[in-house]
Design a protein around this ligand. Structure first.
Ligand code: UDP
Ligand code: MN
Length: 273
């Protein structure tokens, strides 16, 4: 008998919009030929009808509750408060994005049946096999690069390598809901503080879509493993950056429809001289 997989790719879906995102992500992971488990963490707000297609795709569905956080914490991190206290000036979040839901990612530390997991945001797609990440240490993540060199100081929590552990999870809950704690970019700000010695992955493990127009010289289809549609989502109709990002949006739609990856090298970036 073959051993059950001790590795998993994990994403999070708390509403039907992110189920669309996860559809493209799972389709893209299948194309990489990975044998790791594909796990969808979902909240009770997602319907069976939204989840059924993932069972057909061989995913493991795990319902998770929101974290047991204080009322004061939840109030500080309500959508209106996060947007007012730490405004998003570089891009815009869609209406279906609820900051508090992001913290449900931390539930993956409870999945101790896995030795090592790779979390990937539901708004990302994988363009080549990245199974070697399962041998990278906790906590590995790529920098939050989408505008300038200063971005290298921060990590982006759309892709990371973690080792599930009940003990780590318990410590996280304590640190997360410390008195008056406010995490302006939710799980991302928290994880950076919780793992101050985080290991830096190359940016190509989490290439943020804005790099396409802000730093086109960094764009290299031969190196990009994960493409992450941070801020505006490719399934939103006519979002403010749609014209600038059209080739990347088309790529997402092809993967969402279950089509094979197009010839990426042929997708020239008009910004590169
Ligand atoms: N997410 C979710 N529902 C929400 C907010 C977030 O399911 O209301 C999950 C989803 O996997 C999403 C991730 O948490 O990809 C992080 O949010 P998002 O990707 O929108 O943030 P960004 O990458 O734009 O900072
Ligand atoms: Mn994201």
């Amino acid at each position: 008998m073959t051993q059950p997989s001790r590795h998993a790719y994990i994403t999070l879906v708390t509403n039907p919009d992110y189920a669309k995102g996860a559809t493209a992500l799972i389709n893209s992971l299948h194309q990489t030929g990975t044998k790791a488990d594909l796990v969808i963490l979902h909240t009770g707000a997602v319907t069976r009808a939204d989840l059924a297609p993932f069972l057909d795709k061989g995913c493991r569905l795990i319902e998770v509750a929101h974290l047991p956080l204080s009322d004061a914490f939840n109030q500080r991190h309500a959508r209106g408060n996060v947007h007012a206290s730490a405004p998003f000036t570089k891009g815009r979040k869609p209406d279906f994005h609820t900051p508090l839901d992001n913290f449900c990612k931390l539930r993956l530390w409870e999945l101790t049946e896995y030795d090592r997991v790779v979390f990937i945001d539901a708004d990302a797609v994988v363009l080549r096999n990245i199974d070697r990440l399962f041998s990278y240490p906790e906590f590995s993540a790529a920098p939050n690069v989408y505008e300038s060199l200063a971005d290298f100081h921060r990590l982006n929590s759309g892709v990371f390598v973690a080792t599930p552990s009940k003990e780590t999870f318990a410590r996280m809950l304590q640190a997360l809901d410390a008195p008056d704690a406010f995490w302006p970019r939710t799980d991302q700000t928290f994880l950076q503080q919780f793992f101050p010695d985080w290991h830096g992955l190359p940016v190509y493990f989490n290439m943020l879509q804005y790099v396409w127009f802000t730093m086109p010289a960094l764009w290299d289809w031969n190196s990009i493993s994960v493409l992450h549609y941070q801020y505006e989502k490719p399934w939103e109709t006519d979002h403010p950056k749609a014209a600038q990002l059209q080739p990347l949006i088309n790529l997402w739609h092809a993967l969402h429809a279950g089509k094979a990856l197009p010839d990426l090298a042929a997708m020239n970036n008009p910004e590169v001289a």
